[in-house]
Design a binder for this molecule. Structure first.
Ligand SMILES: [Zn+2]
Length: 667
């Protein structure tokens, strides 16, 4: 992958703050030193216990989520070479939880758990890109908004965009613009841009009670560093964390300068960690090891949260929202699986002996292998896999020795506990309404084109316990294959080494015969070699393996549209929309297929629906412009094309479209 242009790790501290703020920072520093001198001493914990009991509460909440941040890459977690002074200072001024576990090693599911206080099998957003946090979930933002808080968020990865439901409850939500070309799933905003945005939000929020969520994505692959050119190097990864730390420093300085520090509860947490080649995993998602599940968690609020305290009890990211609610003196949620951790701040309550659940369905969705679930409790970790794993974390933090054979009773007990956790869970959140996508007219039109909805594609209505047992290959046995797929294959395709890519894919398909993604990849490689018929057959094979597979159907539909089979393409997009009713890519592709078939009005209606969901999507705006052009509405066409170009002036194809329409208009 090509490295992004980043000028990082240069001096920048305080550079964009007004002079007045910089001066007042110094004044506050003096006050702070005096306060520390007066308060300092042995009775700090007692005073905090008293202030919690007396009713001191934070006015506002700043939630900082650090994507892909491994706990052991921070100074406050013992890394001596870490360049994380700002996170470390936050840790010194607050309470650090040294044993916090994420609910999933994936961005959307994990963030959804942070904001809802429930596990992914309850909130339902279980995958990036195709998953969605249903509106029936109650989020921290919704609860605080209802309580009169101003709620704002600025996020840095496309997978957390509003269209995935995670923005519910926020008055203002700044997400990641969809790029004109390339996969939107890898679209991100740099930390300094997010930070500037957050600083502006913070200034606008001063004087109100607020929840501000700031999401940093820099440590996510690809790692960009000025001093380390190897994009897979852990050093480059550490530089990304250092860059993020600098941004967090700006944010915390601004909090102080705006006199918000005393009354604002600051929480810093990671959504998951990163493999960095431990356990043969580069990034995160397919496994449930501590490298990706152990997350740093810090709470700070002067006078409310004890400073310099370390809590080693097992906690979970689902405990964050319930803790915030209690600290703000708001009623607890009935539906939460997480619990408030306030007893651990004061030390008044004993270790609640919590058990942490985690899951991943990524290897199942992409490679037809088994899902994984884990339970971490009392220093033990049990992974429910086709070949179960058991680790004793205090003596084996690297999870090198599987103790299942030596401790069969312990493994069996944890399996019972894991099953019970799911059996006792609250009912899963209701899915969003799937109506409004396929109207009766659509159905009639589709039937006239020979498309018949297949009943096998409806939801099977399986409960979580029905899917409890591991099924299929053990992801751990395929670690090397995952590396070939995520590293070797994209390189071969980028270098147009199609023969070698084909060879590699056929080998991988032999070892992973149920992986629907592989034949879809191969179909594209065959298509690139001009072998259209073979490509079509391979797409059919991919779809037979996973009839609900989003990626295969979208790729196949797009291919069919290109080879001039719009009716067949339409059938593919229809299935996608039956399963993902709010998918704007499927809506716009469907509209383009309908245009080719001459059904302009229905096409425009689909496009309008897509634009309602994503008004700033430049690809949608361009497609709408082209449909308007095709139907002779040239001034409408210009309006949409101009709108796309205003959002992305570098969108060349769109510019060509506009020039052509301008010529037609004779301007
Ligand atoms: Zn993430």
């Amino acid at each position: 992958m090509a490295a992004r242009e980043k000028a990082r790790h240069g001096p920048r501290a305080g550079a964009d703050l007004p002079t007045g703020l910089r001066t007042s920072r110094r004044r506050w520093l003096i006050v702070l030193v005096v306060v520390i001198a007066v308060v300092g001493g042995g009775s700090v914990a007692f005073q905090h216990a008293r202030s919690l009991a007396r009713g001191t509460r934070p006015q506002s909440v700043l939630l900082i989520t650090m994507d892909t941040t491994r706990a052991d890459y921070l100074g406050c977690f013992g890394r001596t070479t870490a360049q994380t002074p700002n996170i470390d200072r936050l840790a010194r001024e607050g309470t650090v939880f040294t044993r916090c576990t994420a609910s999933a090693p994936l961005t959307l599911p994990s963030h959804a758990s942070i904001l809802t206080g429930v596990y992914p099998y309850v909130h339902g957003a279980r995958e990036n890109g195709t998953g969605r946090l249903a509106g029936s979930n109650e989020t921290l933002a919704e609860t605080l908004k209802a309580a009169g808080f101003a709620t704002q968020a600025t996020i840095a990865s496309f997978v957390l965009n509003q269209q995935f439901g995670i923005g519910q409850g926020f008055d203002v939500y700044h997400d990641v613009p969809r790029p004109a070309v390339g996969s939107p799933l890898s679209a991100e905003r740099r930390g300094d841009e997010v930070c500037d945005d957050a600083l502006a939000m913070l200034r606008s929020l001063a004087g109100q009670r607020f929840l501000l969520w700031v999401h940093f994505y820099d440590p996510h692959f690809p790692y960009v560093s000025e001093r380390v050119k190897d994009e897979l190097s852990p050093l480059a990864y550490a530089d990304e964390i250092a860059f993020m730390d600098t941004q967090i420093g700006h944010l915390l300085s601004a909090l102080r300068e705006l006199h918000l520090e005393r009354d604002t509860l600051v929480i810093a947490v990671a959504d998951h960690g990163e493999g960095l080649n431990d356990h043969d995993e580069w990034e995160h998602g397919c496994f449930l090891y501590e490298t990706t599940l152990h997350t740093p968690l810090i709470f700070r609020c002067p006078g409310v949260i004890p400073a310099g305290k370390t809590v080693s009890a097992q906690v979970r990211t689902i405990d964050i929202a319930p803790t915030v609610l209690e600290l703000l003196h708001r009623p607890a949620w009935d539906q939460a699986q997480g619990v408030s951790l306030t007893g651990l701040f004061t030390g008044q309550k004993p270790d609640p002996d919590l058990a942490a659940y985690s899951e991943t369905f990524l290897a199942q969705a992409e490679y037809g292998l088994s899902q994984l679930r884990s339970l971490t409790a009392g220093g033990w970790k049990f992974v429910w896999a086709p070949k179960p794993e058991l680790y004793r974390l205090p003596s084996d933090p690297g999870e090198a020795r599987n103790l299942v054979a030596e401790e069969p009773q312990h493994a069996a007990d944890m399996l019972v506990q894991l099953r019970q956790l799911i059996a006792d869970a609250p009912p899963p959140a209701a899915k969003d309404e799937a109506s409004a996508v396929l109207t009766d007219t659509d159905q009639a039109l589709l039937e006239s084109l020979g498309y018949v909805s297949r009943p096998g594609l409806q939801d099977e209505g399986l409960t979580e316990l029905d899917q409890f047992e591991p099924r299929g290959g053990n992801p751990r046995d395929y670690a090397r294959s995952f590396k070939l797929i995520t590293r070797e294959l994209p390189q071969l395709r980028q270098q147009r080494e199609y023969k070698r890519a084909e060879q590699l894919l056929r080998q991988l398909m032999e070892s992973m015969p149920d992986a629907a993604h592989l034949p879809a990849h191969l179909a594209e490689v065959l298509d690139a070699q001009g072998r259209t018929d073979e490509a079509a057959q391979m797409f059919e094979h991919a779809i037979a393996l996973a009839p609900k597979g989003y990626v295969s159907r979208m790729k196949y539909g797009t291919f069919l549209r290109r080879i001039n089979r719009p009716a067949d393409a339409l059938a593919q997009f229809t299935v996608v929309l039956e399963n993902w009713p709010n998918n704007t890519d499927a809506l716009s592709q469907m509209a383009l297929a309908l245009t080719s078939l001459g059904h302009f009005d229905v096409a425009k209606e689909k496009m309008r629906r897509a634009l309602e969901l994503e008004p700033k999507n430049v690809r949608l705006l361009r497609a709408m412009g082209v449909i308007c052009e095709d139907t002779g509405k040239l001034t409408d066409a210009i309006r949409y094309l101009n709108e796309a170009l205003a959002l992305d002036p570098t969108f060349q194809e769109c510019e060509k479209d506009r020039d052509r329409v301008i010529q037609k208009l004779g301007w």
